[in-house]
Design a protein around this ligand. Structure first.
Ligand code: ARG
Length: 404
């Protein structure tokens, strides 16, 4: 009887390469490797594709997910100004669902029974892969080799790999666990497991050290239409180009580093370092434009939804009815988010120094204390009289009770 098939989310690293051999040996499966291009920096994808075949996969498929990642995932994260625990722009949490979508499609196309991933049993990503698969096709079975196998240390894993003819990188691989894509870069493990230790300078790749960044501030003007960036310094760009350009330009000024103790879904606190210069600059500009153009109560309500959106997406619920409902609300707010924002970037800081919009609800004649003031001050006294009425009634009652 022909072996059953497993579709594996493959990165080209040691873990997922060992996964291929392990699925063949331990589970007697044929392995189809799927490599998702979400804009990560990596060896050539041809190289990664070939490595999967060399490790024993019967098929190895590279899928360019970048456009879809940008238009369906990153755009929504920007609309939601998504920052988990007010800091983390969800770099990895956003890429997992787009990868899952393609894993499920390939699984159905090849009539495979299983989807496998190389996540450990301690992180969020295992939950994102598995809940994502269940949301899209609950009949597909999941295998998580790294959670099951007993190659608990890196050395054991390398020994097993060598024994089974899997190419192991010559250089002692990085002590860090790194995940990156267009939206940023996540760095965990190694010395940063001690939250008292200052992260070593060499962990950063997308951002310059603020101390050695240029001494002149960089001004960037980002134009938005309906919530999406459409120009940078007057030159037309799409969201994808804007992210690439801002990652370079903003990263060079030293802005975009995040150092946080993060609450993982599985209950553990972990020390995480991120770099997301483009994402953070775009969110800062987008938020500033919303302050200018969104009606007061819409803005207040959106802030609450933004928090929930980020938490929910972090917690593996991208494909869910509540997330869709959040997106529907947020989408209705974005028509007003058109205009320009000027950012000043200087040695690790990013400050909004200008904003303007045809749709601004900021009315100069209402706001000014100068001659052009059109605000009706006389109406203020009556307003305060009624607005403060319940407080005054309550205070009188209190005084009466105390006097007894
Ligand atoms: N803690 C982050 C998250 O859960 C980053 C995970 C990155 N994954 C990795 N393999 N390093 O979204």
């Amino acid at each position: 009887m022909a072996a059953e098939k497993a579709v594996l989310a493959y990165s080209g690293g040691l873990d997922t390469s060992v996964c291929i051999k392990w699925l063949i040996k331990e589970k007697n499966l044929d392995v189809i490797a799927v490599i998702g291009d979400v804009g990560q920096t990596r060896k050539s994808l041809d190289f990664v594709r070939q490595k999967a075949l060399d490790s024993g996969a019967i098929e190895s498929i590279v899928i360019d997910m970048r456009e879809e990642f940008v238009s369906e995932y990153l755009s929504k994260a920007l609309f939601a100004n998504a920052l988990y625990e007010n800091k983390y722009p969800l770099v990895s949490a956003l890429s997992r669902p787009v990868i899952v979508k393609h894993l499920v499609a390939v699984t159905e196309q090849f009539g495979a029974k299983y989807i496998a991933h190389g996540c450990t049993g301690k992180g969020n990503d295992q939950v994102r892969f598995e809940v994502g698969v269940r949301a899209l096709n609950p009949d597909i079975k999941i295998i998580a080799p790294v959670r099951e196998w007993d190659l608990v240390t890196r050395d054991l894993e390398i020994a097993w790999a060598e024994e089974h003819g899997i190419p192991v990188p010559v250089s002692k691989s990085s002590p860090y666990s790194i995940d990156d894509n267009l939206w940023g870069r996540a760095i965990e493990c190694g010395v940063i497991e001690d939250p008292w230790v200052e992260p070593p300078a060499d962990i950063y790749e997308m951002t310059s050290d603020p101390a050695t960044a240029p001494d002149e501030p960089l001004y960037i003007t980002i134009g938005f239409e309906s919530g999406l960036p459409v120009s940078i310094d007057g030159k037309a760009v799409g969201l994808h180009e804007a992210i690439l350009q801002l990652n370079e330009q903003v990263g060079a000024t030293g802005f975009g580093r995040i150092d946080m103790i993060e609450n993982r879904l599985i209950g553990v606190k972990s020390h995480e370092i991120y770099e997301a210069p483009g994402a953070l600059a775009l969110i800062a500009a987008h938020k500033a434009l919303e302050e200018l153009t969104l009606e007061r109560d819409v803005l207040r309500y959106k802030h609450q939804i933004e928090q929930d959106w980020a938490t929910y997406v972090y917690q593996a619920m991208w494909f869910s009815p509540l997330k869709e409902a959040f997106d529907a609300f947020i989408a209705t707010t974005q028509a007003a988010v058109t205009g320009e924002v000027r950012l000043k970037l200087y040695k690790g800081s990013c400050v909004v120094v200008g904003r303007r919009s045809e749709l601004a609800l900021y009315d100069f004649t209402l706001a000014t204390y100068g001659e052009e003031d059109s605000f009706n001050r006389d109406a203020a006294a009556g307003f305060i009289e009624l607005y403060g009425l319940p407080t005054a009634v309550w205070a009188r009652q209190q005084r009466r009770l105390k006097a007894k």
